[in-house]
Ligand binder design. Structure first.
Ligand SMILES: Cc1cc2nc3c(=O)[nH]c(=O)nc-3n(C[C@H](O)[C@H](O)[C@H](O)COP(=O)(O)OP(=O)(O)OC[C@H]3O[C@@H](n4cnc5c(N)ncnc54)[C@H](O)[C@@H]3O)c2cc1C
Length: 382
């Protein structure tokens, strides 16, 4: 007989590691299965930093989840003894009508979130690394900051293990089955087979391979993160002086970036938001091409002119997009024993701790007190 568990979590990246922790902390017998190593750099949860913000232009419905995520980041830091989150403040720059500014402001007003609206002159004075156009405006919120993805995944994995979860790395899941009255769910891997009462499947960019009958088209987009050593040195970019930011141009192009987090040598990270090349997760082009580096340096010259002093490094990552760029977090519509989490569409990491809590709720209670109607897969089923 194969070994049997209460819950098997497939995929121990951002979402799966958080689910494994919340389930194990509730006393469930948990098996976690991950094809790569712990906190690896081959999926969507690497690169040292992720923006966390509270006023949310993507949809105001995310705000209560962000507030709960904030509480859970703080708890995770205490429970794990790791630095998983740094509050730096966050700045949105764009024209008054841009989604980044107008949508964020609308969300802040709806939820009464603490914020300040800045003119272009205010931005230049308070955050002198930025060169906004005279018509640009800024939205600043103090509670925004940086989530540290590798440290977060490591913290969740360590705490899951401390609560008794069994975690297998370098073990790829080949398939699963979860139907039939009274039967348990089965998972077959390249090393063996296991059974459980419930499955949580959080496969990131591999959603279309592990969840073929979910009926949701999750497309993978290659994204590049760039680190530059600022011409000015990292001083003006240090985390106690520099916010995380998203900057939207009138043509819709967005960049986002971070303060310098890795000391004098590490530089500051910046990236284009979306605009990536459609890719297959198993054959992602992980090389960074010289013309990509040139394009980013040139883009920065007129906006954050001291940032592209010298190019340090770059890395590829994957967005896993749904058609409407909202998440899928739900019980599988056709398999009640299975809970799914996918399609985080390039903006999921800031929710990791609360998604872990929701997945544990769904897998143990079949329901959650959090409002997740927006994440129902049936809205985008093809
Ligand atoms: C460049 C970049 C910048 C981003 N910036 C931000 C940001 O600033 N703020 C923000 O909130 N979000 C951001 N995101 C998005 C966020 O990082 C993702 O939404 C989040 O990390 C997705 O987590 P996940 O658990 O779905 O995927 P992953 O962390 O990739 O986890 C999926 C796991 O499943 C495993 N797996 C897949 N198939 C199998 C199998 N068959 N067997 C076993 N294991 C399997 C994979 O190996 C992987 O470990 C960014 C993403 C990228 C790429």
């Amino acid at each position: 007989m194969p070994a049997s568990y209460d819950v098997i979590v497939v995929g121990l990246g951002g979402m799966g590691s958080a689910a494994a922790y919340h389930l194990a902390a509730r006393g469930r017998r948990v098996l976690g299965l991950e094809r790569f190593g712990p906190a690896h750099n081959l999926g969507s949860s690497h690169g040292g930093s992720r923006i966390y913000r509270q006023a949310y232009f993507e949809d105001s419905a995310y705000v209560p989840l962000l507030l709960r995520a904030h509480e859970l980041w703080e708890k995770l830091a205490v429970d794990s003894g790791r630095e998983v989150f740094i509050e730096t403040g966050g700045l949105m720059i764009g024209r008054e009508s841009s989604a980044a500014f107008a949508g964020t402001l609308d969300s802040a007003r709806r939820w009464d979130l603490d914020h300040e609206v800045l003119t272009a002159a205010d931005i230049r004075r308070r955050f002198p690394t930025f060169r906004p156009a005279a018509e640009d405006v800024g939205f600043h919120e103090r509670r925004a900051g940086v989530a540290l993805p590798e440290a977060t995944v490591t913290a969740h994995l360590e705490l899951a293990q401390a609560h008794g979860a069994e975690l297998h790395f370098a073990e790829g899941v080949l398939g699963w089955e979860a139907d039939g009255p009274g039967r348990k769910a089965w998972v077959v891997t390249d090393r063996g087979a296991y059974t459980a009462d419930r499955l949580v499947i959080a496969p990131g960019a591999w959603a279309s391979k592990l969840l073929p009958d979910l009926g949701v088209n999750v497309t993978v987009e290659r994204q590049v993160m760039y680190w530059f050593q600022p011409e000015s040195g990292v001083g003006p970019f240090s985390a106690d002086r520099h916010p995380v930011y998203i900057w939207e141009d009138p043509d819709g192009t967005r960049i986002y970036g971070f303060p310098a987090l890795d000391g004098a040598e590490g530089g500051a990270k910046v990236a284009f938001f979306r605009k990536g090349v459609p890719s297959d997760p198993d054959s992602l082009d992980r090389r960074i091409h010289p013309d990509e580096i040139t394009a980013m340096s040139e883009y920065l010259r007129t906006r954050i002119p001291t940032l592209p002093g010298s190019f340090l490094k770059a890395a590829a990552c994957m967005y896993a997009n749904t058609a409407d760029e909202h998440f899928v977090v739900s019980q599988h519509p056709d398999h009640p024993r299975v809970t799914v989490a996918c399609g985080f569409s390039g903006h999921g990491f800031k929710f990791v701790p609360v998604v872990g809590e929701i997945l544990a709720d769904l897998a143990t209670e079949g329901t959650t007190k959090h409002s997740i109607a927006l994440f129902d897969p049936r809205r985008v089923r093809v």
